[in-house]
Design a protein around this ligand. Structure first.
Ligand SMILES: CC(=O)N[C@H]1[C@@H](OP(=O)(O)OP(=O)(O)OC[C@H]2O[C@@H](n3ccc(=O)[nH]c3=O)[C@H](O)[C@@H]2O)O[C@H](CO)[C@@H](O)[C@@H]1O[C@H](C)C(=O)N[C@@H](C)C(=O)N[C@H](CCC(=O)O)C(=O)O
Ligand SMILES: Nc1ncnc2c1ncn2[C@@H]1O[C@H](COP(=O)(O)OP(=O)(O)OP(=O)(O)O)[C@@H](O)[C@H]1O
Ligand SMILES: N[C@H](CCC[C@H](N)C(=O)O)C(=O)O
Ligand SMILES: [Mg+2]
Length: 496
């Protein structure tokens, strides 16, 4: 498209230079520019994309989107107020408004996004509805999977993925929508059929300065949803909210979409009762606006009942009968790295889980306690360059629910690993936890080995925080590391 054509979608933009310049693609990273691309300069959190315009020009960029004129650069420039917003708009234009060509179901919340998206994908696919998936573990469509570097892609990539799915005949895309993504406008311009809220508890207070601000970022998802009763019924949007989470009433006020609630404790449109948890799964009864059913999940934990309820609500909104939804949910064995058992025939249980927030850790530990016959030994750490305030809280939670705690490294990133462990220890010290009940082992492999060596018959070793991750980030290095493989090796080592 010509630069001047693109400019028509950004009403207050200005062009300097040749408006007839053709833009064949778009890029936000100078290192990835292809000849003929429009290079969008984003003012980042660490560096300013405007500083990389010369590199983009060298690689053959056709033109620039800028927030301020770059006098030293000879390329034609389109000046906008907000280049992140411009990226979302132009990405949509360039890829032909893909979210209008399939139905996009988004899931936000502190915990449970990945699990809920997997459940919905399974239900839709079982009904023969071709479904793409975008989230923390991977991007997936038509039998192919691609790794992800984060949870929610930048708007430009997102529009490209949605376009590929729509072109490939997808009926739906189910995706995770992180608070970072909402704050940075990564889903601006994406039309959501359904927006689901799982829960809001502490995390990311490095990025959002307060819980109110964090809630506000999530609120953007619901305030931007479409109307409940638009002239064109295809434009109808729904908000699916957790009736048991206090933030839901705030989101309900934000949205013009029709609201469907789910929950256990409070009145809800989709409500579970008679929940019983065993080591093998979770049984519950559900009453919905489309009938009732008894469901037997193979996944353990009350929190998974909530994830299943959210998925049921979203699927009912797509007209799928409850009996079919039940069949799909009952067939799901679990989601990779979420309460995943490592079984090498040992006499105790080993569970790998992705709990990396206070609420996630508390939930999984409570669940483990429901079926543990012996002691619970918890190995966990906290990521570096992320919310520091959650560290002592997670320490306290681990000591409350586990008989023995091994504090170790998660992904220390550029922080001093010992300092992270010490932050976690503050919670244990604050609660006066006896020194014999916990230890600090900075090397995660050693920590896992120690936990497995000390486990006796019927104990449960919970290894939390990294779930499906196959790497460990130490400094700027990305090292191979998989809790499940390390645990297996440690168990095999016991026999020797
Ligand atoms: C805080 C944050 O979210 N940062 C994201 C943001 O970075 P940024 O805007 O600060 O970018 P920057 O690195 O300062 O660079 C500015 C611009 O210069 C460009 N650049 C930079 C270098 C160069 O040589 N050439 C060049 O053109 C960059 O491509 C960018 O366009 O935009 C980047 C480009 O898309 C993202 O990679 C980056 O994610 C970082 C790596 C990150 O760790 N994000 C995490 C916190 C995150 O978003 N997590 C959530 C999940 C959280 C959850 O719910 O649990 C997620 O959705 O993934
Ligand atoms: N509904 C829930 N409520 C509380 N905790 C949950 C819930 N669902 C899952 N968890 C816990 O949180 C962990 C992460 O679950 P999941 O990956 O589904 O969440 P997520 O929101 O996608 O996380 P992320 O923000 O990293 O993408 C699980 O391993 C489990 O311990
Ligand atoms: N989506 C989460 C993942 C955290 C996983 C944990 N292993 C860590 O590295 O802190 C985040 O970006 O905060
Ligand atoms: Mg996720």
């Amino acid at each position: 498209m010509l630069l001047k054509e693109l400019a028509t979608y950004l009403i207050a933009s200005q062009i300097r230079g040749d408006g007839e310049r053709a833009c064949e693609g778009m890029a936000i990273d100078s290192r990835k520019v292809q000849p003929g691309d429009l290079f969008i300069c984003l003012p980042g959190h660490t560096v300013d994309g405007h500083d990389f315009a010369p590199q983009a020009a060298e690689k053959g960029a056709a033109a620039l989107v800028v927030e301020r004129w770059l006098d030293d650069c000879k390329l034609p420039q389109l000046k906008v107020k907000d280049s992140r917003l411009a990226m979302a708009v132009l990405g949509n234009v360039y890829f032909g408004f893909p979210s209008r060509r399939l139905k996009v179901i988004g899931v936000t919340g502190t915990n449970g996004k990945t699990t809920t998206t997997y459940l919905i994908e399974r239900i839709l696919e079982d009904q023969g509805r071709s479904t793409g998936l975008i989230g923390t573990i991977q991007r997936k469509f038509a039998g192919s999977t691609y790794p992800m570097s984060g949870t929610t892609p930048e708007s430009l990539e997102l529009q490209r993925y949605l376009h590929e799915m729509a072109e490939g005949g997808a009926d739906y895309c189910v995706m995770e929508v992180s608070s970072h993504a909402l704050d940075q406008g990564r889903v601006k311009g994406t039309f959501f059929r359904t927006a689901i809220f799982t829960n809001l508890t502490q995390d990311h207070l490095d990025y959002h300065s307060t819980m109110e601000e964090y809630r506000g970022a999530k609120g953007l998802f619901f305030s931007r949803l479409g109307n409940a009763y638009p002239a064109d019924p295809n434009e109808r949007s729904y908000a699916v909210l957790n009736a048991d989470d206090p933030a839901s009433s705030y989101f309900a006020k934000q949205t013009a979409a029709e609201t469907i609630t789910y929950g256990v404790e409070n009145e809800a449109d989709v409500r579970a009762s008679d929940i019983s948890i065993t080591a093998k799964g979770t049984l519950f009864h559900v009453d919905t606006f489309q009938g009732s059913a008894d469901i037997s999940l193979r996944m353990v934990g009350k929190f998974n009942v909530y994830n299943a309820l959210a998925a049921i609500a979203a699927a009912l909104l797509e007209g799928i009968p409850l009996e079919r939804i039940k069949a799909s949910l009952e067939a799901v064995k679990g989601v990779e790295g979420r309460v995943e058992a490592v079984d090498e025939g040992q006499s105790f249980a080993v569970i790998v889980d992705y709990a990396h927030t206070p609420d996630g850790l508390e939930n999984v530990l409570r669940t483990v306690n429901e079926f543990a016959q012996g002691r619970v030994i918890c190995v966990f750490g906290c990521g570096g360059d992320r919310d520091r305030t959650k560290r002592p809280i997670m320490g306290r939670i681990a000591a409350k629910y586990a008989q023995h705690v091994i504090v170790t490294s998660d992904n220390p990133r550029t922080e001093n690993p010992d300092a992270i462990l010490s932050d976690i220890e503050q919670g244990l010290l604050g609660d006066g936890v006896d020194r014999s009940r916990y230890e600090l082992i900075v090397d995660r492999r050693e920590a896992i080995q120690k936990a497995i060596e000390m486990a006796s018959r019927e104990d449960v070793v919970l290894i939390a925080g990294k779930g499906h991750e196959t790497y460990q980030l130490i400094g700027t290095a990305v090292l191979d590391f998989d809790d499940r493989i390390v645990a297996k090796e440690a168990i095999r080592g016991l026999a020797k």
